[in-house]
Design a protein around this ligand. Structure first.
Ligand code: ATP
Ligand code: SF4
Ligand code: MG
Length: 332
């Protein structure tokens, strides 16, 4: 029998209303940040989520944690539909789900000492109080490789890597089952990135925690993830075990992303673009009749503009949404 997933995201849309255009045609404009996202994440695994800037990764991560309300679709967490939970149920559930952002500095109160930042998490969720808080904080800091002297210090007194460790300690305080790591190591030097990756992997081995690892860096995602989902304009276009997806990408977009490793090209307008495919990410305000990648795809045919490809199995456990994914099976 297939293993029960911890998270099941089903047909999820997050559309942001951004007002009306002009005076005449008063049609409401929407950004389709997440647009038909389906994803399963198994307990104890790391699911990588990759894609260009603006493709909806952060919005997807936030919607899974219900930090933003979906327009349509649902998120099941450990068999429970999050949209069916009231405020109390959601609060209970939040204890099991955490997020670590790219810039912990922005999310760590600069006027609070580390002992209070991490301790607050314990107190708010009723996991410790009074004199029990400090030893728990010390133990959490030790877990993330910081000494107890860190407790009396403020966020600005730390390096970027150390601050990220504080962010991770705060997330770990509630002993979550699931952590969204949203570009959590992207701002760090490569050697510090490696240290944090090792820390995250050690924590996973010791606690069984599940990660959604969001990044635009294909190389780092490969290193970190058991499985990888590639997102394009709000939806998954390819998904599979890291090994298989990297060795034999079956969607033209994934191939382009892999070709662009390590450094994306930059257009005159200063926007990163991808070597190997033309153009920039289409507007997330468009409604797609056919394949959402058709205006950039080197393999595009008439059928691509008419009918949207579905996410189909290409090899066991590996899925791609492309009418011509079989052509890529043997392509170099
Ligand atoms: N609150 C919001 N209101 C309106 N549009 C939004 C909002 N949040 C995100 N968007 C838009 O939704 C789209 C997806 O944004 P999102 O931040 O999820 O992408 P991303 O893949 O995380 O990008 P990056 O790699 O730059 O972090 C973008 O076009 C963005 O401008
Ligand atoms: S369906 Fe067509 S346009 Fe879309 S990725 Fe495949 S070949 Fe390209
Ligand atoms: Mg983002």
């Amino acid at each position: 029998m297939a293993e029960q997933e911890l998270i099941f995201v089903q047909d999820l849309d997050v559309h942001f209303d951004i007002g009306r255009e002009g005076f005449g045609k008063s049609s409401a404009r929407k950004v389709r940040a997440v647009d038909g996202l389906t994803l399963k994440i198994r307990p104890g695994e790391t699911m990588g989520l990759v894609g260009e800037s603006g493709c909806g990764k952060s919005t997807a991560g936030r919607a899974i944690l219900r930090l933003v309300d979906p327009t349509r679709g649902r998120v099941m967490f450990d068999g429970q539909d999050l949209s069916a939970l009231g405020p109390r149920g959601l609060r209970q559930m939040r204890k099991r789900m955490q997020i670590v952002h790219q810039d912990p500095y922005a999310s760590l109160n600069p006027r609070m000492k580390v002992k209070d930042i991490v301790g607050e998490s314990l107190i708010v969720h009723g996991l410790a109080k009074g004199r029990a808080v400090a030893p728990r904080v010390a133990a959490l800091l030790e877990t993330v490789g910081l000494g107890t002297e860190a407790m009396e210090r403020y966020p600005h007194e730390f390096s970027g890597g150390q601050r990220q460790r504080v962010g991770i300690a705060r997330a770990l305080a509630v002993e979550p089952d699931f952590i969204v790591l949203d570009e959590s190591i992207s701002a760090l030097d490569v050697s510090i990135q490696a240290q944090i990756i090792n820390l995250l992997k050690d924590l996973q081995r010791d606690t069984g925690v599940t990660y959604l690892f969001i990044s635009h860096d294909m190389a780092v995602v490969r290193h970190m993830s058991d499985r990888v989902a590639v997102m394009y304009l709000g939806a998954v276009v390819e998904m599979g075990p890291s090994e298989s997806l990297y060795a034999s990408p079956r969607h033209p977009y994934t191939r382009a992303l892999l070709k662009s490793v390590p450094v994306p090209q930059v257009t005159a307008a200063g926007k990163p673009t991808l070597e190997g495919i033309k153009g920039e990410l289409a507007s997330p305000m468009e409604v797609h009749k056919g394949c959402r990648f058709c205006n950039r795809c080197p393999l595009v045919q008439d059928i691509c503009r008419q009918s949207p490809p579905t996410l189909d199995v290409v090899t066991p456990g590996h899925f791609a949404a492309c009418h011509f994914s079989d052509r890529l099976a043997t392509a170099a």
